[in-house]
Write a protein of this length. Structure first.
Length: 394
């Protein structure tokens, strides 16, 4: 059945935690302290499938279980195939390692000159500032690192990383990631952003975060003021399904936007979650209504135990084809594969261009109609239907 969107609903409310004082519910530290982190806690609220139960028992060996009360409310507790449920509740499939899968699928460790800093592209670095998240996505690219379930013993060295950036004037772009940078305190974020702003050759500061989605309560007026103080700070959030686009997330995005933070979204194409053109169209439309520009759709990285999430690349191309021309261009993200082993992001697009010669480009539009664009300008015959003013002489 095609996915249909109720445009009037933004899924607000405390749900299972309606007994909790509103002041606690809106406190991001309360949300963190009351996360569901054990099998026993989950089973108080829903009936797990055998596969989910096995996954929860295995989680301590691969990637910890953690779900904020806020995000847990978005799960359909009666549907094992709920797209929100699939993203955060472990499954036994995570124990199956398939061919081609790797612990460090993007080759980040090979491009790390100092602990916590990845320098893969010439003009930009990825700065991993923590190994903790508010909740843990079961398809996480850095599952080897975040939550320390695999005993990776990641300890970011802020001063070493900052000195490396200072010593390399070719670095103009710094992306803060992790784990999730917004789990740092206001004081630490203020200090870190201030240090980066003081480096003259750093022009562009970005943050990659799923905190607005998992923990929108964290986007306080005080945090927004820090971003405003050090701006422009760009932020990529991570929404995969329209059900995640709640009133709380909308409010958080508006607070960030009004503080001058440009917002983009990065989705991961996931089987049974968003591998459907109608779902993706509903998602990108909601994002725009929240002041968020759809930026990337990622083909899922080749993490160990992730095969049950993998989508055929041809399906991703089909989704882009269903968006291009059928909705506003602002709503069409770029579909990319982050090349295994550290090759960087490679765009994957439908084949609109059929032929390029010295004379013309032959292509089809979103409707499949063929068009030709001439590359050589043939001179117009003199007076061929064109009336020149008398004072102009060719």
């Amino acid at each position: 059945m095609p996915y249909t969107e109720d445009r009037s609903t933004w899924f607000a409310g405390q749900g299972l935690w309606s007994h909790v004082p509103e002041s606690d519910w809106k406190d991001w530290t309360w949300q963190l302290k009351n996360r569901l982190t054990t099998l026993e806690q989950l089973e108080r609220h829903l009936t797990l499938t055998p596969g989910e139960r096995a996954g929860c028992l295995f989680a301590k060996e691969k990637l910890a279980l953690a779900i904020t009360p806020y995000f847990f409310n978005l799960i359909d507790r009666h549907d094992p195939h709920c797209p929100i449920r699939k993203q955060v509740i472990p499954r036994g499939d995570e124990m199956v390692v398939s061919s081609g899968e790797m612990l460090d699928s993007l080759g980040e460790d090979e491009h790390s000159p100092v602990p916590g800093l990845i320098h893969r592209y010439p003009d930009r670095v990825l700065f991993l500032v923590t190994d903790r998240c508010a909740a843990y996505c079961r398809y996480c690219t850095r599952s080897r690192l975040v939550s320390n379930a695999q005993d990776y013993n990641f300890h970011p060295e802020y001063e070493q990383a900052l000195r490396y950036i200072e010593a390399h004037p070719g670095i103009r772009d710094v992306l803060l990631s992790g784990g999730d940078p917004l789990l740092l305190s206001d004081k630490k974020l203020d200090h870190l952003l201030g240090r980066l702003r003081a480096i003259k050759h750093v022009e562009f500061i970005r943050i990659g975060s799923r905190i607005p989605v998992f923990l929108p309560q964290r986007i306080t007026p005080e945090l927004a003021e820090i971003f405003k103080k050090h701006g422009p700070v760009w932020m990529s959030i991570h929404v995969n399904h329209p059900k995640e686009a709640t009133q709380e997330l909308k409010d958080a995005c508006e607070r960030l936007s009004f503080a001058g933070v440009p917002l983009g979204n990065q989705s991961v194409l996931l089987r049974g979650v968003n591998d459907d053109a109608d779902v993706m169209k509903a998602l990108v439309h909601r994002l725009l209504r929240m002041r968020v520009r759809p930026y990337y759709i990622y083909q899922m990285d080749l993490i160990t135990g992730g095969a049950h999430f993998k989508v055929d690349v041809r399906k991703g191309i089909e989704i882009i084809r269903a968006l291009r021309g059928h909705t506003t261009g602002y709503a069409v993200p770029q579909y990319v594969i982050d090349a295994p082993g550290g090759g960087g992001k490679v765009p994957v697009n439908p084949d609109y261009v059929e032929q390029i010669t010295d004379d013309e480009v032959v292509f089809r539009n979103f409707e499949g109609k063929q068009f030709r664009y001439p590359l050589k300008a043939a001179p117009v015959k003199e007076n061929a239907g064109i009336v020149m003013p008398a004072e102009i002489h060719l």
